[in-house]
Ligand binder design. Sequence first.
Ligand SMILES: [Zn+2]
Length: 139
Amino acid sequence: MKPSPNAPCPCGSTKKAKRCCGPLLDGQPAPSPEALMRSRYVAYSVGDVPYVQRTTHSLSPHREANLSAWTARLREFCAQTTFLGLQVLSAETAGEQGVVRFWVSLKQGEQDTSFGEESRFAKEGGRWVYLAGRPIPPP
Ligand SMILES: [Zn+2]
């Protein structure tokens, strides 16, 4: 459920997990939308569903009203997916809003399910959280 502290962070930053996304998964606030996005990728890759949920904005369209159904859907996605890598293409912050464009390499079984997204982030309760995203083409 956690990345190994001394291994390279799964987000691809080349830093050790304990100096990158590890502390965020342990509860430290993300310093930027990009940091939050990276930590959410790591959370998906290690199946930390509660982290994905608590870093989703309360008004996000990706949040499901039925918490147990949402949890089950996220668990299924994490279990069925192999996380092959993350590429952050751009990241901008303006006040309490942020936009991160990324490409994530994924496989489900033998199928390539990689996708690109332009994600929007906002601060809620003083912390960066994920608001919504729209698909973007491969870089
Ligand atoms: Zn990281």
